[in-house]
Design a protein around this ligand. Structure first.
Ligand code: PHE
Length: 463
């Protein structure tokens, strides 16, 4: 039997026979990935926002909305499949988890605080399971409007909009746009609009979004060019010019409507939906004198492409091996890590009596290959008979004994015996394969081999 009430962020909702939202989904309501510093979803959001200067950016809207906000305000017919309980998470008959950021359009038009705005938020849909679909994802809505009543005398509304089009940067990409702006059957002009007005709004919309695409791809290319993986770097250098295309689409709340597709790794990838805002929507939002455009873009898709993140589930990871890779100051290609469990084993030993006890050279794993530390140089160049033990020595032994089955090696303890003056080190070797779960025996075998080599090659005394 179902609970009669649901509490979401301190708000209590009555449940009923429509309720179909599981607790696992409700748990993600608190995550707010689009607001989390240095999370790839949040970095992607900011990157797109940067292409809309002067717009107001809303990032705080609550995910529980009314059926009226999510569907009715946008002109969804009563029998639209999007309304069904198989597609949408219902809290109760009148309340849903928003299925798109468009749910807030009418409210923001009604509030009338800025001509242009974006809304970024988590959205919820019951959907298939695969590497690019997850029941919770993030969208950014964008909209721009012009008010007929404030056009200066002697100018038409269309002229005013074209002037604004000219102020936008000219995107440097190849654009395919084979269809006329409007088509009587496939993509109709709305009755209150003139053809000139629709043309001007469409031009402003398309150029604004083409600029977003250019921004994203120049960042993606930069990230690839800076990669330490030769293949990725070469690919970035040999990339053909960026190609996008506009195709006709249908949404209940825009007309004419389009989708933008990007040619990416040999395929056309759909990245956003958009169009000229339907006039009844603006009329019902107390903005009957306005005309404008709106778009909705999926942030995961863009982030996956920007960072080459292979699986949408990774965005929900709390693993520092994922989160630590992202920094909003610099976009770097994502480096995959294993999803199989770790098998940590410690090895503790006394350094050999002959080695200098006070010159153990340690360095962190992250700067071993790309930026050799001065200490690293010293150790390998030293020709003295009693070599200081260098951390890279154990790294080398681990690499040759266990190959890629070790994720990292860290010094977890070190001390000097107060009487003998001998030094003891303890390293944690984290066994983890990229391809399979390692058995206990496999990890133990590799570990035994490494222990043996530490003794035979460096004369340490195992503890
Ligand atoms: N809300 C639409 C979707 O989720 C996208 C969209 C937004 C289309 C705004 C047109 C205008 O698919």
């Amino acid at each position: 039997s179902r609970a009669k009430e649901l509490t979401i962020h301190g708000k209590v909702y009555q449940t009923d026979s429509w309720t179909n939202v599981p607790s696992t989904i409700l748990e993600s309501v608190s995550r707010k990935l689009h607001q989390q510093d240095n999370h790839p979803i949040s970095i992607t959001r900011k990157l797109i926002e940067s292409r809309f200067p002067g717009y107001r950016h809303h990032n705080e809207f609550f995910p529980v909305v009314t059926v009226g906000q999510n569907f009715d305000s946008l002109g969804f017919p009563v029998d639209h499949p999007g309304r069904s309980r198989t597609d949408t998470y219902y809290i109760n008959k009148d309340t849903v988890l928003r299925t798109h950021t468009s749910a807030h359009q009418a409210d923001v038009f009604r509030a009338n605080t800025s001509a242009g705005f974006t809304i970024s938020a988590d959205v919820y849909r019951r959907d298939a399971i695969d590497r690019s679909h997850y029941p919770v994802f993030h969208q950014m809505e964008g909209a721009m409007t012009w008010d007929r009543n404030t056009v200066p005398e002697g100018k038409t509304l269309a002229q005013q909009i074209w002037e604004d089009v000219e102020k936008l940067p000219k995107p440097d990409i190849v654009v395919e746009d084979p269809n006329p702006t409007t088509h009587p059957e496939r993509n109709p002009l709305q009755t209150p609009h003139t053809q000139e007005e629709a043309e001007a709004v469409a031009a402003h919309l398309k150029r604004s979004l083409e600029n977003v695409v250019v921004e994203i791809f120049s960042k993606a290319k930069e990230a690839a060019a800076a990669s330490t993986v030769d293949e990725i770097r070469n690919q970035a250098q040999s990339q053909e010019p960026l190609k996008v295309r506009w195709i006709e689409a249908y949404f209940p709340f825009t007309s004419p409507s389009w989708e933008l597709e990007i040619f990416w790794q040999g395929d056309w990838l759909e990245v956003l939906g958009c169009g000229v805002i339907s006039q009844p929507l603006l009329d019902n939002a107390d903005a009957p004198s306005k005309i404008g455009w709106a778009f909705g873009i999926g942030l995961e898709r863009i982030a996956m492409l920007l960072y080459e993140i292979p699986d949408i589930r990774l965005f929900w990871s709390k693993d520092s091996r994922f989160l630590s890779q992202f920094d909003e100051k610099k976009i770097r290609r994502f480096a995959p890590f294993s999803k199989y469990p770790a098998a940590p084993r410690d090895v503790a030993f006394w350094l050999p009596k002959s080695a200098p006890q006070d010159e153990v050279v340690t360095s962190t794993a992250s700067n071993t290959s790309t930026s050799p530390s001065p200490a690293g140089g010293l150790a390998s160049e030293a020709a003295a008979p009693a070599l200081a033990f260098h951390e890279n020595d154990i790294m080398e032994i681990v690499r040759s004994a266990a190959g890629d089955s070790v994720e990292d090696v860290t010094l977890v303890d070190e001390f000097t015996h107060p009487k003998t003056g001998r030094r003891s080190l303890c390293y944690r070797i984290n066994y983890r394969s990229l391809e399979s779960t390692l058995t206990k025996e496999q990890a133990n075998d590799m570990h035994e081999k490494i222990r043996g080599e530490l003794v035979s090659k460096f004369g340490v005394e195992l503890r």
